[in-house]
Design a protein around this ligand. Structure first.
Ligand code: SAH
Length: 358
């Protein structure tokens, strides 16, 4: 095991208190105030560990902006309103989005930009691109205004809890120590009830794993209830599956390659696939309407990425044209981000079917 400051901290914790829940391990690896992965670096881009859609092309943020603008217009142009983003990374998506909505009369003036971001180094990046934003540690402090919100690759970074089906019942997976290595271990006592597992997971075979993210569910429900009571709309975009199903999707990325999530916590991005059925259910519980999920490729195509591509290409050099075409391809092609990534739309109940979700 590679020894990092966080390795020592977590190892000591386990020695003192026993194995820790996987969700706790994940929260420390990503969010420990001094040594957590997101707290210490800018993980995005070619030099980082992974790249995201807004970093691939400005077309992504522009199309999201136009989707939110259409919702804002349909809901009677509420002003003021909160234009919010969860986990804004470098602030690229929001700055592209803000440029796109400048063509919508009155929208920029009505928008108060709010970011929910825990990482100090990424907050600096965001401030450089969107200086007039207001920052929050958690969604609870977002203002009580109509809420137009986007979250791209945010839910995949939230902690998950895993249970394994054993002959004794469902046992929670913890992280323990074997010598100097972190390893998954099972809680000795099974769950008293499987009520908290989604129905499709309950019939899993022995040995299979059920993964849930109570943190994600709570956030989706809170956003939905704000949209239900004060109007607004949201897009959750992430990689994941449309239906709840058993399976261990925990993974780590370092330098654009897969890594071991239990080695050197704090130095790799640890994520899981987002369960969109669970998010949709949380949205319905919160009182709003969930649309989709649809695949990112189909969504961007329906919103007119071809037209955006042509508009950008008009004044471009030959090599810029090739870059723009390649970026559109990466965002939409099924073998690239087009089908693994999904989009969930959230509107107040009884709204017209939003663009991209037909
Ligand atoms: N949306 C951006 C960045 C994705 S990376 C993009 O598409 O490029 C995940 C982002 O979520 C980072 O900004 C990270 O710092 C932030 N983040 C991770 N966990 C968080 C949490 N619990 N609360 C708030 N922000 C979080």
């Amino acid at each position: 095991m590679t020894a990092t400051a966080l390795t020592h901290h977590i190892a000591r914790l386990i020695e003192e208190t026993g194995p820790i829940p996987l969700s706790h391990y994940m929260a420390l690896a990503l969010g420990h105030p001094d040594h957590g992965y997101y707290m210490t670096r800018d993980p995005l881009g070619a030099k980082g560990d992974f790249i995201t859609a807004p970093e691939i092309s400005q077309m992504f943020g522009e199309l999201i902006g136009l989707w939110l603008a259409e919702q804002w217009l349909q809901q009677g142009t509420p002003k003021p309103f909160a234009l919010a983003e969860l986990g804004p990374g470098r602030g690229t998506l929001m700055s592209d989005l803000l440029r796109a909505i400048r063509s919508v009369p009155g929208m920029t003036d009505a928008a108060e930009v709010h970011f929910v971001e825990t990482s100090p180094s990424l907050r600096d990046e965001q401030k450089a691109r969107v200086p007039h934003a207001t920052w929050h540690e958690r969604i609870d402090t977002l203002p009580q205004l109509p809420l137009f919100l986007v979250a791209n690759e945010f839910f995949d970074a939230l902690p998950v809890t895993q249970y394994q089906r054993t002959e004794r019942g469902w046992c929670e997976r913890y992280v323990g120590l074997e010598g100097k290595r972190f390893i998954p271990v099972l809680a000795p006592v099974p769950l008293a009830s499987d009520a908290l597992l989604p129905a499709p997971m309950k019939n899993a075979a022995e040995g299979e794993i059920a993964e849930i993210s109570p943190a994600s569910t709570a956030i989706a429900e809170e956003i939905a209830s704000r949209i239900a009571s004060r109007r607004g709309a949201a897009l959750f975009i992430d990689y994941g599956h449309p239906r709840s199903a058993p399976g261990d999707t925990l993974q780590a990325m370092k330098n654009h390659a897969y890594a071991d999530p239990f080695d050197a916590p704090g130095t790799a991005d640890i994520t899981t696939h987002v369960d969109f059925e669970m998010l949709s259910r949380a949205v319905e519980t919160g009182g709003a309407e969930a649309h989709g999920p649809v695949e990112q490729g189909a969504f961007l195509t329906a919103l007119g990425i071809e037209g955006r591509k042509e508009a950008l290409t008009r004044n471009a050099t030959l090599s810029q044209r090739a870059d723009i075409a390649k970026a559109a391809q990466r965002l939409t092609a099924p073998g690239e981000m087009g089908s693994l990534f999904k989009v969930l739309g959230i509107t107040p109940r009884g709204s017209m079917l939003p663009a991209g979700f037909a």
